[in-house]
Design a protein around this ligand. Structure first.
Ligand code: BGC
Length: 795
């Protein structure tokens, strides 16, 4: 950076900007404001160029970087805006990330701690299908943002789960844009209720980690509009995030952050967005072009961006009016920030209350995949179950969330062992110590290997510490050991774990179970079943895995996802029946990895390219330097259901401890609004909540090359007591039924009789309604065209 960042206190700022803007401390309603014209008049070209980029990143001067960390105002935050001290413009603090605030937990020379609550991963939150709950979680996260002195949370992360192997799927919500958009909208609303900002990311099509800074996503205009932009459109229009973060990748030949079509034409002109757009960390190449495009803030700031902006204005390549417009938009962001408003943060958020929020919300997003009725279902554990035999390394080393910028510096993680103990269950201490030694030995071996690597290649070794580590192969037991354990316990619980994170896509081997995991499940099931005892498999994962080859073996399967710092307690709340599971999948679970159509156009087992700042030319390696989205709009269930490809678990699937009956499904129409109502009755003998989904099937969908069904609305019942009913009404508007027509560059609703399918999952339709729909058209701009011929899948 040309100037050194100079941290000053909030009080200092208030004093400084009073002359220019006035400090309204007496009036609680009127907010402090910035007189933009006056401030801008005093800014030199260099001030402006600094102001639209951040303050750089300590230790990463331009040719090297890791995920964001700033040592200034809030240590460990990802970045800040550039302060203009003499003009009374403070730096505002930007901090990750989706599962909670990511800042350093400790500070040099300070005895206090700054731990943040590790909430469940985004995938789990979306699996609740409970937008009210997501909003509550957002509100709790936002309180930590505000009380720890940050201004903008770099979340939520809304990218479509295009393929099961994307390394950051754990941060994302769904393969479906309506679920993703509504969940992100609720999260933003919750966080921003604290008068702090959010940054919905990564706009757009950041669907793989491999070569993420240089890869070119080749996508049809239709798939962009209907799938990859739709979720952003829903969330942005509904919840108005303070900022939007552009993605690293190219879209059809242009970096997202340099694409005026994306950040101005679509985002602002078509969707009416009025906030501030920032890059992802070190994203894009040409600062002047980013400015022109309307990506007004470049984070965390690089020397060459500053040079490019200044030189651009001087040479006339960049119109100063574009720069001024961007400066104003960054000023708008600063103006609404708690820091500018003089908020005196406490550094004492209510961590205790938030632990309760994460515990309860995590339990609601767990998905009960199987609960076989032998004599009686194994879940919830009855009075006869007290002693639990705990298998699987992850049982003893429970995973709270994914790695990278989505990680949180939490004070603790409640392990499954502690969760079981807290729930009044006993486990074998002998097994516990055997597992602990086994895991510690494995970790030591891995550390030694890393040290060796560091000696040979220090740069890579430094980056490796931000990557997901590997988990040990499963510890196996002899038949005698298992028989003895089976005799000594009431039930077996096997945890299968997966860890994934930023920078790396998962491998096919990570999707499949490895030999040791398969053997463990087979052997435990065999011995326990012979002993007349049941087996539960628990999935502590961040993304979909293969289940078809083993799901028949255990008696029950619970997908616990990565459930945050109270994970062990949340799991046991479900196992014990304290909380009835009501999560449903927001993505399809294929039988085999290759069954997902996108799998043939996804980086499979490529070498990871950790080229954070090496933004050279695009190469020509398929699925690394570019990826053809040949599945087009047929992502997830839109593919599986339309092409009748069998799946392990369909989109929208999830069991409960009780059963539900759907009745009285009706549709009424008033102008452009279709109201679908249905009565849901709890017909079992335990309480529970049910997620109702409404899919729409367009007339002649096959001939029209449309999915056989698309989710348009969803709702969740309250907690229904046995015998209790609730009538839910879900609204869909006619424009929401449109498909994107590339020839006309318009959203078009074709006239005809549409079917409205009321379902418990995409493949469990309880009622089919129909209604006539009139034709409708909304013209759009003809932008973001693919530059190459794509071999698109058609029905
Ligand atoms: C990630 C973003 C994150 C940023 C700041 C980047 O590497 O892609 O999601 O917000 O770092 O830490």
């Amino acid at each position: 950076m040309k100037k050194l960042f100079n941290a000053v206190t909030v009080i200092g700022y208030c004093f400084l900007f009073v002359a220019v803007v006035g400090c309204n401390s007496a009036d609680k309603v009127t907010k402090n404001t910035i007189n933009q014209e006056e401030v801008m008049e005093k800014m030199s070209l260099e001030d402006k160029a600094h102001f639209v980029i951040g303050v750089g990143m300590k230790g990463f001067s331009g040719d090297d970087a890791v995920i964001g960390v700033t040592e200034s105002l809030v240590p460990g935050a990802a970045g800040t805006t550039y302060p203009l001290d003499s003009l009374g413009i403070p730096a505002v603090v930007l901090a990750d990330g989706p599962a909670g605030l990511r800042i350093d937990a400790t500070r040099e020379g300070d005895d206090a701690t700054y731990y943040c609550t590790h909430f469940p991963i985004g995938t789990l939150l979306a699996s609740t299908w409970n937008t009210q709950l997501v909003e509550e979680v957002g509100k709790a996260i936002g309180e930590e943002v505000k009380e720890y002195g940050a201004d903008v949370l770099l979340a939520p992360a809304l990218n479509i789960m295009r393929n099961p192997l994307c390394g950051r799927n754990f941060e994302y919500y769904s393969e479906d844009p309506v679920v993703a958009g509504k969940t992100a909208g609720a999260y933003i609303t919750g966080v921003q209720k604290n008068d702090v900002g959010t940054s919905i990311k990564h706009f757009a099509a950041n669907n793989q980690e491999t070569n993420r800074m240089n890869t070119d996503a080749h996508i049809s205009q239709r798939a962009l509009r209907e799938i990859y932009l739709k979720g952003f459109e829903i969330a942005i229009k509904e919840a108005k995030p303070w900022t939007v973060m552009t993605s690293y990748n190219y879209i059809n030949g242009t970096y997202a952050s340099e694409s005026k079509d994306l950040v101005t034409t679509i985002l602002r002109d078509e969707w009416g967005y009025e906030g501030t757009v920032m890059t992802d960390w070190f994203g894009g190449k040409d600062g002047a072009k980013q400015m022109w495009a309307g990506n007004e803030m470049l984070q965390p700031g690089k020397n060459e961006q500053f040079d490019s902006i200044v030189a651009g204005v001087k040479s006339g390549k960049l119109d100063v009016a574009d720069l001024d417009r961007n400066v104003k938009r960054v000023l708008n962001l600063v103006e609404r920030s708690p820091r500018f408003q003089g908020y005196k943060f406490s550094n004492k958020p209510d961590l205790k209350a938030h632990a309760a929020v994460t515990r309860q919300s995590a339990a609601e997003g767990m998905v009960l995949m199987k609960n076989e009725k032998m004599d009686a279902p194994v879940l919830p554990f009855g009075e006869n179950i007290k002693k639990v035999a705990l298998y699987g390394c992850t049982s003893y080393d429970f995973i709270a969330g994914g790695t990278g910028s989505g990680n949180v510096n939490h004070a603790y993680v409640v392990s499954l062992v502690d969760g079981l103990k807290n729930g009044g269950y006993t486990i074998s201490d002998e097994m516990k110590s055997a597992y602990e030694t086994y895991i510690a030995d494995y970790k030591k071996k891995m550390e030694q290997e890393l040290e060796e690597k560091a000696k040979k290649d220090p740069k890579t070794a430094q980056l490796v510490k931000f990557l997901p580590g590997t988990l040990p192969p499963e510890k196996l037991f002899t038949a005698e050991e298992l028989t003895a354990q089976a005799e000594a316990s009431d039930v077996a619980l096997i945890t299968i774990g997966r860890i994934s994170g930023e920078f790396l896509d998962r491998k096919v081997a990570d999707f499949n179970l490895n030999d040791s995991e398969m053997k463990l499940i087979q052997q435990v099931c065999d011995v326990y079943h012979k002993a007349g005892k049941q087996v539960v498999v628990l999935l502590n994962i961040g993304g979909v895995i293969e289940t078809a080859s083993w799901k028949d073996l255990p008696n029950a399967i619970l997908c616990a996802w990565q459930a945050g710092q109270e994970g062990g307690n949340s799991v046991v709340d479900v196992l014990s029946g304290k909380q009835s599971p009501s999560g449903k999948f927001t993505m399809t679970w294929p039988l085999k990895f290759n069954d997902a159509y996108s799998s043939k156009n996804f980086p499979i087992d490529e070498d990871p390219r950790i080229d954070m700042l090496n933004q050279g030319k695009k190469g020509n390696v398929r699925n690394v330097d570019y990826t053809d989205y040949e599945e087009d709009i047929y992502v997830g269930y839109r593919y599986f259901d339309s092409f009748e490809v069998p799946v392990a678990y369909p989109f929208g699937y999830g069991l409960s401890y009780t059963t539900f009956e759907y009745s009285d499904a009706k549709i009424t129409q008033k102008n452009d609004i279709y109201d679908i109502s249905v009565a849901v009755k709890n017909t079992g003998n335990r309480e529970g909540k049910e997620v109702v989904q409404v899919y729409v099937s367009a007339p002649d969908n096959k001939a029209a090359n449309k999915p056989v069904k698309e989710l348009k609305a969803f709702a969740k019942t309250k907690l229904l007591k046995p015998g209790e009913s609730q009538t839910l009404t879900l609204s869909i508007t006619a424009p929401e039924l449109a498909s994107f027509d590339e020839t006309a560059s318009a959203w078009i609703v074709a006239e005809g009789e549409y079917q409205f399918l009321v379902g418990a999952s995409s493949q469990d339709i309880k009622a089919t309604l129909s209604a006539p729909v009139k034709s409708f058209q909304t013209k759009c701009n003809d932008v973001l065209k693919p530059q190459v011929q794509l071999n698109l899948l058609r029905r």
